[in-house]
Design a protein around this ligand. Structure first.
Ligand code: PLP
Ligand code: TYF
Length: 396
């Protein structure tokens, strides 16, 4: 039977890891896959995480199942992290968190929930978006549509976005990146979020806010502005939260789907459906990452260590954005790349074209996604002059 099965290409972003590792160039620079790197190019285990794991090793008493919604202690700490400790939504007890294998698992829960419980609803994603959005929603059998997000001049196309949102059929689902838009790095201003909220309300849309980079843009609360605006002003909102990046626990697969309903009763109904979706996909989520997050956030001391480390990561990335533009100044390219300092999060749509990306890889061992997306965290003071020189050579 298997003789008829065709081979398909692998994930283009993850494929860059292998290509980079194979490259013998001693000066090679990895600006591909979206994992944080420190100044030494390492994706470290955070100190707070190591301490939490030591506590877990000592105190953990069972490896039994944690249930389809995951560990209630994780839900208890992640809800205020995402929605804010003083959230009126939490006070009204109309938000539920279902722990999932990463933010990706939460997206799939949301997709299956929509497919089964809101039949016939289409889903709208930004163009461009994280490629897995397309795969996940299509795999769930939902009709997928795109709204404009970045224009031909590589700038946020907010007018295009808003006028597209105003045309979406009533009741459809709209995916919004909470912050640190992947792949572009272009985020909405507070005024723009307000306009999106009004449109979502007018069209009676269901926002699915994908929140994979909380703390990587401007701060834990600052980055939550859009998600909280939706949560506090609408009856129904879905939020997919990931702890992969902000706790650096990528491989522990830690995230959740937050479902907000009009009232506690309806939230419990939705929650009961989400338990089925989780059960039919993987039964129970993995526990370890959620336990780490709980140990950290529940301890004032560990939480303070974690916040400092996250601040350090965010400041490093935002500092590199400015250093990158400065490094291009001697080539007269600081104007052309000025937007890189304004973008937020791990990623930047640099504006480099696929042919530039190919030359950077082949001639300089510098790896980016072909769309021109760079992982800014892969830059370092040591490689910036080399990267700037290479970019100047390929764009001229
Ligand atoms: N959503 C976006 C936009 C992402 O970039 C990621 C990152 O990988 C995720 C969701 C999910 O991440 P994970 O499943 O690793 O938590
Ligand atoms: O966009 C990125 O680079 C990250 C990591 O299939 C990632 O979100 C990339 C591809 C993938 C899973 C995670």
């Amino acid at each position: 039977m298997f003789e008829q099965i065709e081979r398909v290409p692998g994930d283009a972003i993850l494929g860059l890891i292998e290509a980079f590792n194979k490259d013998p160039n001693p000066q090679k620079v990895d600006l591909g896959v979206g994992v944080y790197r420190d100044a030494q190019g390492v994706t470290p285990i955070m100190r707070a995480v190591k301490k939490a794991e030591a506590l877990l090793l000592k105190n953990e008493t069972t490896k039994s199942y944690i249930g389809s919604h995951g560990d209630p202690r994780y839900a208890k700490v992640v809800l205020p992290l995402v929605l804010g400790a003083e959230s009126p939504v939490l006070a009204a007890d109309r938000a539920s968190a279902t722990q999932s294998p990463g933010g990706t698992g939460a997206l799939r829960l949301a997709a299956d929930f929509v497919k089964t419980n809101l039949p016939g609803k289409g889903i709208w994603v930004s163009d461009p978006t994280w490629p897995n959005h397309l795969g996940i929603f299509q795999a769930a059998g939902i009709e997928l549509h795109k709204y404009p997000y970045v224009d031909a001049d590589n700038r946020l196309d907010f007018d295009g976005m808003l006028s597209a949102l105003k045309q979406i059929p009533h009741g459809d689902v709209v995916v919004l990146h909470a912050c640190c838009h992947n792949p572009s790095g272009f985020d909405l201003s507070r005024e723009q979020w307000q306009q999106v909220l009004e449109t979502v309300r007018e069209r009676d849309l269901l926002p699915l806010v994908d929140f994979a980079y909380q703390g990587f843009g401007d701060g834990l609360d600052e980055d939550a502005y859009g998600a909280r605006l939706m949560a506090e002003n609408l009856d129904e909102v879905l939020i997919t939260s990931s702890c992969s990046k902000n706790f650096g626990i990528y491989r522990e697969r830690t995230g959740c789907l937050i479902a907000i309903a009009k009232n506690h009763e309806q939230m419990q109904n939705v929650r009961s459906q989400l338990a089925i979706v989780a059960r039919e996909n993987y039964s129970n989520p993995p526990a370890h990452g959620g336990s780490i997050v709980y140990e950290i956030l529940e301890s004032a001391e560990l939480a303070a260590v974690w916040r400092d480390e996250l601040t350090e990561m965010r400041n490093r990335i935002n500092g590199l954005r400015r250093e990158f533009v400065d490094a291009l100044a001697p080539y007269g390219l600081d104007g052309q790349f000025a937007h890189v300092a304004e973008q937020r999060g791990m990623f930047s749509y640099t504006g480099l074209k696929p042919e530039h990306v190919d030359r950077l890889r082949d001639e300089y061992g510098i790896y980016l996604v072909r769309s021109g997306r760079a992982n800014v965290a892969g830059l370092a003071s040591e490689n910036l002059p080399y990267v700037a020189k290479a970019i100047a050579a390929v764009v001229k």
